[in-house]
Design a protein around this ligand. Sequence first.
Ligand SMILES: C[S@@+](CC[C@H](N)C(=O)[O-])C[C@H]1O[C@@H](n2cnc3c(N)ncnc32)[C@H](O)[C@@H]1O
Length: 243
Amino acid sequence: MTSPSSDYFFDVYNRDDIAYGMEPSAALEEFLKQAARPSGKAVDLGAGAGRDSIALALAGYDVTSVDLSDRGLARIAERAVQYRVSDRVKTQLCDVREFEFPRESLDAVIATTVLDHIPAADAETVWQRMCDSLTDCGMLYVQVHTTADPGCDQLPGRDRDVPVSETADAVINYFSPNQLAAWAVAAKSRLRILRYEERLEWDYTHGSEHQHGKAVLLAVRQGYHPDWFGQPAVFPRRNSAES
Ligand SMILES: C[S@@+](CC[C@H](N)C(=O)[O-])C[C@H]1O[C@@H](n2cnc3c(N)ncnc32)[C@H](O)[C@@H]1O
């Protein structure tokens, strides 16, 4: 058990209006709609209060939600009951650096803003474990804060005169331009990119409205070709009434 004082995210997860809301990450949500396998094993690293974990469970995955915040994991368990997926969601209080990744066994690995909460060298090690844990039909979704974030002490974020997140102090490893893309195309990652972007976004899900700089990656195991029409779907099949 972590105590509230050692849980940096306790307060933001303890609110009635739980931080990060309930909307899953957009590209992940689109993948689940278009291409998810009807069942499989998923791990959500730094799962927080579970917006992505619950979306994965609703899509049919058996999910392990990993986080260092007891309060966040308790909110995930509550939400799993509320959404009637508690049989598909397991929580694990664990540092992502200590998590035992099974080799070539996971159908989905999610890391929505956690690789930027650990030192750079550890992030690279965890990344490789994530890649090695995917099955031949595995999917990987990763989001990280970049040096464009106004909380970053490097350029260009440092010069952005916009409000900073209340939890910016937890981000200690801002990714540089193309860094996550370079990891994704490295031969040893064995991935095929479905979507990658670096963007600014406004965050209204906790504290006062503030801006982020993010890199967002959706990828699958090399050689895997699920149905994927983009996010948003571009030129999806028209229904017969329209054709
Ligand atoms: C910005 S929050 C994102 C939460 C969630 N992924 C989402 O997008 O809603 C980052 C989360 O990572 C967790 N975290 C930070 N460092 C961690 C570590 N080393 N191991 C496990 N979880 C960690 C925090 O407790 C927090 O819940």
